[in-house]
Design a protein around this ligand. Structure first.
Ligand code: SF4
Ligand code: SF4
Length: 395
């Protein structure tokens, strides 16, 4: 009997440095070889596919084993009635190769508006600047064409973007993961149910006193309520925390709290001494002290370098002004403006090899990759926070 297969709707073929199947829902990237990629492209739900499909195995697996693996991982699905595939639905893309290095993660700062004035905010005072919606639509298309994996929707407070719900409505059209970074202030139960994102990351900067001292009265309760609604809506939840003087005793209890909300990733960082933090010196912890708290973090981080390069190998940021930058800290040194095209801007990015760092012979270099280049005192010096994390004295 003929068998009809189709790439699962939550998966997409990506042609990065190598071919991959990306499971958008679970944020898993599966490396495949060229033969497997050709095979997946034929999984359109209407072409009968019976092994053997090609000569030779895929990554050591026979054809049948490969298909069984994909079915088990829910990457492929069996189509019972091939005619139903004629109804338009997600199908394997015929991907154009991405640039090298690939741009996998894009932080999209929709707006510089914010209702809060967090004492550590690196962006400084909120501003009434935002991307126009036509540009945003173009950016989403370009990011999909470039084989992007994860769109990080941020601001300011992204939910204050004037076209936020219009933007939310078009998100399902794109085959990448969408992650909303928010304070949670505007996230009620209705909003949580309406969101078309795979993950919401709520900022949680301490228990109630510590969080509210940094972010403003009432903000802790709003963040916790938002987390509850996100969880009830069945959307993945993650959290981000900045280490500051008023939350140093909170980490153990926060870890328990986040566990009770089934938080999948906890990003922890030491704020850079820029923006509002320059006039809120009492919040500052030394890099050496702050670095010790990074051990509470878990889950992936997309800022890191790879293949022998420093941070930012696969990520860039689009600011509300339309500037495309290495990351939000580099607005004064943009790669270009989004009007010039995302690919053009990305291809101008300089990726420093690890061997050019002063600490290239550190025993932690492969894991640490020199940490955050903005936080390091000079472009090539060590990142003191990471040195503290790895228990290494600054060289
Ligand atoms: S400079 Fe720091 S914030 Fe920017 S990409 Fe590198 S690690 Fe991330
Ligand atoms: S721990 Fe410090 S010295 Fe070692 S690689 Fe990281 S930044 Fe460089």
């Amino acid at each position: 009997m003929n068998r009809f297969l189709r790439l699962s709707p939550h998966c997409s073929l990506k042609r990065l440095e190598k071919p991959y199947i990306y499971d958008i829902k679970n944020d898993e990237l599966y490396e495949i070889d060229d033969k497997a990629e050709d095979f997946i492209k034929r999984c359109d739900g209407v072409t009968p596919l019976n092994p053997p499909f090609t000569k030779g195995g895929r990554g050591g697996l026979s054809d049948e084993e490969f298909v069984n693996f994909c079915l088990k991982e829910n990457l492929l699905e069996i189509v019972e009635n091939p005619l139903s595939s004629l109804v338009p639905r997600p199908s394997p893309l015929a991907p154009r190769p991405s640039p090298t290095p690939s741009l996998r993660y894009l932080e999209l700062q929709l707006t510089a508006r914010c209702n809060l004035s967090c004492r550590h905010c690196y962006l400084g005072k909120p501003k009434n600047i935002e991307l126009n919606f036509d540009s945003v639509r173009k950016i989403l298309k370009e990011f999909e064409d470039i084989q992007g994996l994860r769109l990080i929707i941020s601001g300011g407070e992204p939910m204050l973007y004037s076209s936020f719900w219009e933007f939310n409505n078009i998100l399902p059209d794109y085959k990448f993961r969408k992650v909303l970074l928010t304070s949670g202030w505007f996230l009620g139960t209705e909003e949580a149910l309406k969101l078309n994102v795979n993950e919401v990351q709520v900022s949680l900067d301490g228990l109630e006193d510590g969080h509210d001292t940094l972010r403003g009265k009432g903000s802790f309760k709003r963040a916790i309520t938002a987390m509850k609604y996100v969880k009830e809506a069945g959307t993945d939840l993650s959290a981000a925390t900045m280490v500051h003087q008023y939350n140093l005793n909170d980490f153990q209890k926060m870890a328990e709290l986040l566990k009770s909300y089934n938080v999948r990733e906890w990003g922890i960082d030491v704020p850079l001494q820029t923006g509002n933090l320059k006039s809120a010196k009492d919040f500052i912890v030394s890099p050496e002290k702050g670095g010790e708290y990074l051990k509470f973090a878990y889950g992936g981080s997309y800022h890191g370098g790879s293949e022998g390069y420093v941070c930012g190998r696969h990520i860039c940021t689009i600011m509300p002004s339309g500037k495309v930058c290495k990351c939000g800290f580099y607005e004064d040194r943009p790669l270009g403006n989004i009007e010039e095209g995302l690919r053009n801007c990305w291809e101008r990015n300089y990726h420093m090899p690890l061997k050019d760092l002063q600490c290239h012979d550190c025993i932690y270099i492969e894991e640490c990759q020199g940490g955050c280049r903005f936080r390091a005192e000079t472009p090539t010096s060590p990142d003191p926070v990471m040195c503290a994390l790895y228990k290494k004295a600054k060289t």
